[in-house]
Design a protein around this ligand. Structure first.
Ligand code: RAT
Ligand code: ZN
Length: 410
């Protein structure tokens, strides 16, 4: 292959690979209104809310009292009309609209609303997934969510494109409140972690894993998470969650580095970040070789040591450029770092989409960056005389966009 042919081959392979999106906040269409889509939801995405507040004097209370349409109007005006929409979250809206064939240069929000109002939800899911090149979507499923829980309890016909991941933050991080809830739901738990309580927590995990057919369990953790350390979180982790994962042969995803509600007035947009203590996670991965861990870390400062950890622990699979690292500059840096230090046994990206249409821009932008890094890597190989074949390129690309994750999950 000539250099130009190699580049074209890699770009084409990346552009056409069908993606498994391993972490989103999207829902199976059977969840109805929980599956967000359309221009107003795109505009009130909490990433944009945080940016819009920088340009307005409106009080937090006033903003939250507005309807979704009014909030979207305000954000559109602040971020798209009064300034050029160059942040990654703003640009994403335009990439998505453009992919739908909409004329963004008119800056005509009412016309955009009209177009979305004409879409049929069922077909729209397929259209977005096709435009994004996404074949499977992993949800984030919480039994602690009062809107979501009853849907699972009632039961519904699953859309096989949507897979479940059991999210357990309140179990590990707010045991006092959670123990009361479990009690109300019929589990015989006390606030102290007696053997009986632990076995009931395991029953709870077992019930929900089965109800959801969860493919992995997951938790986000504050930067000061420490392990080992004698505390409730670690006891629940070691005595209930990890044994449960071993019993059901499921990975456990850790997402360290989020400092929740740094500015509570911003709601979902009010969370912050901190550098995590990697030593804690090294201890965890070392102590439980029979458990498999997925990990993504929020702080840029942790990315290098996370790669080193992946070199030490084969029970660790690193994934995604999470939230504040999900910007082109850092995606490129982190992907390059991971490929150079770890190789192909990683999952460079997930979308974290909260609004269905976002998968289009998230994956178009991701593929552009990951493709660029891969072209460079294969060109470096070719320069040594090692010519990557088309089949090898395809194999590698499939691994990066979901294949390696699936192999890791078994
Ligand atoms: O990225 C986000 O949308 C955040 O609000 C979080 O939901 C984060 O991704 C998480 O899973 O905790
Ligand atoms: Zn998320």
């Amino acid at each position: 292959m000539t250099r130009a042919a190699l580049k074209a081959r890699v770009e084409r392979t990346v552009a056409t690979v069908r993606v498994t999106d391993i972490h989103t906040h999207l829902y199976d269409p059977a969840f109805g209104d929980l599956l967000l889509w359309g221009i107003d939801d795109l505009l009130v995405y909490h990433y944009l809310v945080a940016e819009a507040f920088r340009h307005t004097d409106i009080s937090y209370d006033k903003f939250w009292s507005l309807s979704k349409t009014q909030q979207a109007d305000l954000i559109w005006d602040a971020l798209f009309l009064q300034h050029s929409p160059i942040s990654e979250s703003c640009r994403g809206v335009l990439t998505t609209l453009n992919a739908f064939g909409l004329d963004v240069k008119k800056r005509d929000l009412p016309a955009l609303r009209k177009w979305f109002a004409g879409q049929k939800p069922g077909k729209f899911v397929t259209r977005c997934m096709d435009l994004a090149g996404v074949e499977q979507i992993y949800m984030t499923n919480s039994p602690f969510d009062d809107i979501e829980r009853p849907v699972w309890e009632k039961g519904f016909e699953r859309d096989e494109r949507f897979l479940a991941a059991l999210r357990i933050d309140p179990l590990l991080l707010a045991w006092n409140d959670t123990s009361k809830k479990l009690g109300q739901w019929g589990y015989k738990v006390s606030s102290s972690l007696t053997p009986k309580t632990i076995s009931q927590v395991r029953k709870f995990l077992c019930d929900w894993t089965q109800k959801m057919d969860a493919q992995y369990l997951m938790v986000s953790l504050p930067p000061d998470f420490n392990f080992p350390e004698a505390n409730t979180c670690n006891r629940l982790l070691e005595e209930a969650v990890l044994p449960h994962c071993r019993e059901f042969n499921l990975p456990f995803a850790v997402m360290p580095g989020v400092r929740r509600a740094v500015n509570p007035q911003l709601g979902l947009a009010g969370d912050g970040i901190g550098v995590s203590n990697m030593a804690a996670f090294n201890h965890l991965f070392a102590k439980y070789p029979e458990n498999r861990f997925l990990a993504t870390m929020l702080s840029r400062e942790n990315q290098h040591e996370l790669c080193v950890a992946a070199r030490k622990f084969r029970n660790l699979h690193i994934f995604g450029c999470w939230w504040f690292t999900n910007v082109p500059h850092l995606i490129e840096e982190i992907t390059r770092l991971r490929l150079e230090l770890v190789g192909l046994s990683i999952t460079p990206q997930h979308s974290d989409a909260r609004v269905l249409d976002q998968i289009i821009y998230k994956w178009r932008h991701n593929k552009e960056i990951i493709g660029r890094v891969l072209v460079e890597k294969y060109e470096q190989l070719a320069a040594t005389g090692w010519q990557p074949t088309s089949a090898e390129i395809e194999r590698d690309v499939r691994d990066l966009f979901g294949g390696a994750f699936k192999k890791f999950c078994g």
